[in-house]
Write a protein that binds this ligand. Structure first.
Ligand code: AMP
Ligand code: ZN
Length: 432
């Protein structure tokens, strides 16, 4: 089927396509995935009982923990000879989550990116600077392959090195940028310092903003500063990375590519399905993946489905801007961090007392994670050299394990507020 036709299938055709792909995925998993076949047999589910898409509700959820516990190969369903890539997801306790791709999986993921880019007006002749980190993170390579598939000129710039980013934009006359919203704001400050007017001195016309939650106000701000159309791009490593849901030119919710994913919204507490329009946790299933299909994955992301069809005419349903996460995880500079991980790291230092606090701030639009750590009295009153080296060691340990460089403050025991109930470990002072 042609790309364009898939996006405009009528509701019934899209449903039939989903149902047949869903059945095929489940049948394959029953024979090739020890993880799922065991789980499903326990719940009394068999593939021949699937009559409608509603039947997906009988399947148990797959959690982040399932992926971690079965790291690295537990959910892989193909022999290694057929697997060509692995990506991992950041911000995990202990082991990360590994996601495998066959050649076909890479092609299909690229197809979704190419489709999304084209939908927003990208075309051959455009110069695309991918300012997401290349490597294990999907935002670099997955997007890269999609952009090449569309046929734009790709600059694999990666994240960071702001001076060089600016130089690349000027030299190659970049028209499209893929970037996190926080980096876009920081970059704007640096451009201003250099006396470069992003609106008039550069050739930018489209921004893709994703990888972390941000507000409509931030989008507006970025559009005004750069004089571009900025589109919201949503994805997660477990579901290929970017290209799961993307805004069309209407910029009114993100189309979830339903020919590849089955979309559900559940009540995060009860697990019950919620109707369109009601806010809850997004649950996704892959129905077009070979190496590592995942069924009913709890994304942890809070959103709702738009009940009405988009005015652009595409039938794939839209989700709202992600409101935040179900759990207490936070995202800083595009990296996922759980407070419990910070805790685990700092508590390994014998000098550290019991209390700590994480404060998230913005310093000239760059996000900063400040970690206040209470130090045992005798160490706190000890040598200043020792305290300095301790501060440095804590900083480096967090940096190497979580990939975020924190500002570490050592404080006297008893300084932080105490409570007998739940303590507030994270204070988020970042204004979106
Ligand atoms: P990762 O697997 O490391 O790529 O992280 C995926 C997570 O990043 C998602 O589950 C979301 O919480 C967050 N995320 C990605 N894109 C967006 C977006 N456009 N808006 C809000 N959050 C996003
Ligand atoms: Zn639309």
């Amino acid at each position: 089927m042609r790309e364009k036709d898939i996006q405009y299938l009528d509701k019934e055709q899209l449903y039939e396509l989903q149902l047949s792909r869903f059945k095929r995925t489940i049948e394959r998993l029953f024979t090739s995935s020890p993880f799922y076949s065991k789980l499903w047999k326990k719940s009394g589910i068999s593939p021949d009982k699937i009559k409608s898409l509603q039947d997906i509700r009988r399947f148990p959820f797959t959690s982040r923990e399932d992926l971690r516990r079965n790291f690295p190969f537990g959910l892989l369903t193909l022999p290694l000879e057929k697997v060509v890539r692995v990506h991992t997801s950041t911000g995990t306790t202990g082991k990360p989550k590994a996601i495998f791709f066959s050649k076909r999986d890479i092609n299909e993921a690229a197809r979704l990116i190419a489709r999304s880019m084209k939908m927003t007006g990208a075309k051959r002749g455009d110069v695309f600077q991918n300012m997401m980190s290349y490597g294990l993170f999907t935002g670099g390579l997955i997007f890269h392959y999609g952009a090449e598939r569309l046929g734009v000129l790709v600059i694999p710039a990666g994240a960071g090195n702001t001076e060089r980013q600016i130089e690349l934009m000027q030299d190659f006359k970049t028209t499209i940028v893929h970037i996190t919203p926080s980096y876009a704001l920081y970059l704007a400050d640096v451009l201003e310092e250099r006396g470069v007017d992003p609106k008039n001195d550069l050739d930018l016309r489209i921004f893709y903003l994703g990888a972390e939650p941000y507000s409509e106000e931030t989008r507006d701000k970025i559009e005004k500063i750069y004089g571009v159309d900025a589109f919201n791009s949503y994805g997660l490593s477990e579901m290929n990375g970017p290209g799961v849901a993307f805004e069309c030119k209407r910029k009114d919710g993100m189309h979830v590519w339903e020919d590849n994913f089955i979309l559900e919204i559940i009540d995060p507490l009860t697990g019950e399905n919620l109707p369109d329009g009601e806010e809850g946790e997004l649950v996704l299933s892959t129905i077009n993946r070979e190496a590592m299909p995942i069924i009913r994955y709890r994304t942890g992301d809070i959103t709702y489905v738009y009940p009405e069809k988009c005015r652009c005419g595409r039938t794939h349903r839209r989700i709202s801007r992600i409101k935040g996460r179900v759990d207490d995880m936070f995202i800083i500079r595009g990296v996922n961090v759980f407070p419990s991980e910070v805790e685990r790291i700092i508590m390994n230092f014998p000098e550290v007392a019991r209390n700590y606090q994480i404060i998230l701030e913005r310093e000239s639009s760059l996000e900063v994670m400040r970690v206040k750590v209470e130090i045992k009295k005798r160490f706190f009153d000890g040598s200043i050299e020792h305290l300095r080296s301790l501060q440095e060691r804590i900083k480096n340990k967090i940096k190497s394990e979580l990939m975020v460089t924190p500002k570490v403050e050592l404080i006297e025991p008893g300084t932080l507020p105490r409570t007998t109930g739940k303590s507030r470990r994270v204070i988020d002072n970042r204004k979106l």
